[in-house]
Design a binder for this molecule. Structure first.
Ligand SMILES: *Cc1c(COP(=O)(O)O)cnc(C)c1O
Length: 412
């Protein structure tokens, strides 16, 4: 269950009664048990900001993993409204879901094992990746079945040692692709790769990977291929490495308002706006005497008499158990930390003698003065990518912002 609110809205200041200038929130958003409020305007604005720094003509908004938990289709529409010209999916199912929602923008899906439904992908005009000659042969066969050529982006592994053709196998892949192109089975529209350390500006692997990439493009051209899109830049490279932009950039996390660069590398870059606010409503408060053991295992005890508040979000919702006694929350304008262990469905906050009551709004992360997903990542010993993508299906998404106006953007 999720709600769409049309018109521009303000996601963050939700603990106070709605100011008169804001659109009325539906009951679920005004008093949610738990919700992830998604500001679609933030997604559109972030894409526009990324376009302003990108040297490339094209921008692929990466919407894999349910749009980094923001909602696949909603995120895709907001990104297109902000100027994205491509959508990036990891697996084919995500690409199919975009087509089923009626989105006809170019879609690229790059992760498939043998037996993947390539013919269906080709019929639905989903652009595919080929990492190897075996995979290329599978796709070419599927193209023959589908009765139309597959649009293909050949992937070269420039040094991440994840997917893609190793440099030694690249010449054979491009030769095979060229033959398949001459047979009318594929059209090679792209050559691409992925950087291992783009979020560590100056890391020596970056220049090394770019050099291998340039060489791979030259080999492809020498084989007769004319790839229109050369692409290698994720968010970090889009923001910090113009020489990596080529014809297309592929930002993901930055679309959702998180800059993956270290703070000292962010000077002069546009500020991105976090699109998600994770919030809940306090279940109960009660006074506890000094020395009370809190939550499973009694890993933390009250230091003095205090008020404890119960929050209805737990690790089943994506609140990291490893953030026990650490994760920050905002309640009534003040900051607190998780007290004791995060449980499956709930956790406890020690609010001292502050006035907190059942029903009060607690924000785990969001924009403005709320804690951030980055702070939760530090508390949990992970990265903000995982903080966002772990948000579970039990957390209803509430949509605000202008791009929510289309009928296909309403709740799923
Ligand atoms: C996830 C992904 C991206 C986006 O990465 P961010 O760091 O989120 O910008 C780009 N390209 C590929 C191949 C990816 O898997």
């Amino acid at each position: 269950m999720s709600q769409t609110i049309t018109g521009s809205g303000e996601a963050v200041s939700v603990r106070a009664p709605m100011a008169a200038c804001r659109p009325a929130l539906p009951e679920e958003a005004a008093h949610p048990q738990r919700t992830a409020i998604i500001d679609l305007d933030a997604i559109s604005e972030n894409v526009a900001a990324l376009r302003s720094v990108a040297r490339s003509d094209d921008l692929m908004a990466v919407v894999k993993a349910d749009g980094y938990s923001h909602g696949l289709v909603q995120a895709a529409r907001a990104a297109l409204a902000g100027g994205a010209t491509f959508l990036g999916a990891a697996v084919l199912e995500e690409a199919f879901a975009l087509r089923e929602a009626g989105i006809d923008a170019p879609v690229f899906a790059w992760l498939a094992s043998p037996g993947a439904p390539y013919a269906e992908a080709i019929r639905r005009d989903i652009q595919l990746a080929a990492y190897s000659t075996d995979q290329l042969a599978d796709i070419a066969r599927a193209a023959a079945d589908a009765g139309r050529p597959a649009r293909l982006h050949l992937k070269v592994d420039t040094g991440m040692w994840r997917g893609g053709a190793a440099p030694a196998d690249w010449p054979e892949l491009v030769r095979t692709a060229r033959r398949a192109e001459q047979d009318g089975l594929v059209e090679v529209v792209g050559v691409w790769s992925h950087l291992a350390c783009a979020d560590e500006p100056g890391h020596p692997s970056i220049a090394a990977q770019l050099a291998v990439f340039d060489e791979a493009v030259a080999v492809a051209r020498a084989a007769g291929l004319r790839p229109r899109y050369r692409h290698i830049a994720n968010s970090a490279a889009t923001l910090s490495l113009p020489e990596s932009h080529f014809d297309l950039v592929r930002p993901g996390i930055s679309v959702y308002g998180i800059n993956p660069l270290p703070p000292e590398a962010r000077d002069g870059l546009p500020r991105l706006r976090p699109a998600m606010t994770l919030a809940a409503s306090v279940v109960q408060t009660k006074r506890a005497p000094a020395g009370s053991g809190i939550s499973y295992g009694h890993t933390q005890r009250t230091e003095r008499e205090t008020t404890l508040a119960v929050v209805p979000l737990g690790y089943a919702d994506g609140v990291f158990r490893s953030a026990s006694s650490a994760g920050p929350v905002q309640l009534g304008g003040s900051r607190y930390r998780v007290a004791g262990r995060v449980c499956m469905d709930q956790f406890v906050v020690d609010v001292g003698d502050d006035e907190v009551a059942a029903g009060d709004r607690v924000v785990l992360f969001g924009d403005g003065d709320a804690p951030t997903a980055e702070e939760w990542a530090v508390a949990a010993g992970t990265i903000p990518y995982e903080v966002l993508t772990r948000i579970g299906p039990r957390v209803p998404r509430t949509y605000i912002g202008g791009a929510a106006a289309g009928p296909a953007a309403s709740g799923t």
